[in-house]
Design a protein around this ligand. Structure first.
Ligand code: ZN
Length: 243
């Protein structure tokens, strides 16, 4: 089976469509959350998740904020502005979709969590210490995570009791051996690892490999959409920087 793994689409429809067009034929689509927030097309991105039958599909902190399940006081002022705008755009059925999503799930022999398996909504897996601790909070060999918008992985095995975070570069293939892994495919709609192209991963369950991909998309179109609806400037600028 080939599985397309996406995360942090962040209402960037142009980027999401570029990923769907570039990805190989897949048997399942897994979504690690934050389908909305920051970007200009929240409803259209939810509709695409529904249409493409993303299962599991997770709720991230921005999805929960958009439906009033998270206190906006936990967001910085720019994220608050975007979250309020996002909440006002959704149809009732789109809100109901977000309300139905868990923040952590298992599919076959894989775990999916938005932030981390230890704290699925909020925790950022950005240090070796955090990564290592997280392995105690899932039972499968691999746990996919999102939230940090950084394409990365960390492996833990008997020989390496301290997991080390490594960047997952475009085109890189991770051969899943006997170790256990945390894998972040990176962000579709707002990458923060210096590469502004949309990020995604493909899991091949037969060959037991994960490949990391990047696809260029029309950033200017997304930026124009954001300008048109008055989303904050720093959110518009960062798309070009990939930071
Ligand atoms: Zn996010």
């Amino acid at each position: 089976m080939k599985i397309l793994v996406v995360s942090d689409v962040h209402a960037n429809q142009v980027a999401f469509e570029a990923v769907l067009a570039a990805a190989p034929a897949y048997d399942a689509l897994w979504n690690l959350g934050d389908t909305v927030g920051y970007g200009p097309q929240p409803g259209a991105c939810i509709d695409l998740m529904v249409e493409r039958e993303a299962t599991p599909s997770l709720a991230g902190n921005h999805d929960l904020a958009a439906i009033g399940r998270l206190d906006l006081g936990d967001f910085n002022p720019i994220a608050q502005t975007a979250a309020r705008w996002t909440a006002a755009q959704l149809r009732p059925d789109q809100r109901a979709y977000l309300e139905s999503l868990p923040s952590m799930a298992t599919a076959a022999e894989y775990t999916l969590a938005h932030g981390s398996p230890r704290s699925p909504v909020w925790e950022y897996v950005t240090s070796d210490v955090i990564a290592t601790a997280c392995f105690a909070f899932f039972e499968t060999g691999v746990c996919f995570i999102g939230h940090s918008h950084l394409a990365l992985f960390a492996a833990l095995d008997v020989a390496r009791p301290l997991a080390t975070i490594k960047a997952l570069r475009a085109g890189e293939t991770l051969e899943l051996g006997s170790a256990r892994y945390l894998v972040n495919p990176g962000s579709v709609g707002q990458p923060r690892d210096g590469d502004p192209r949309a990020a995604y991963a493909v899991l091949d369950t037969d060959r037991h490999v994960i490949t990391a991909h990047r696809v260029a998309y029309d950033i200017r179109t997304t930026q124009r959409q954001m300008e048109r609806v008055g989303l904050p400037d720093p959110l518009i600028r960062r798309l070009r920087l990939g930071r």
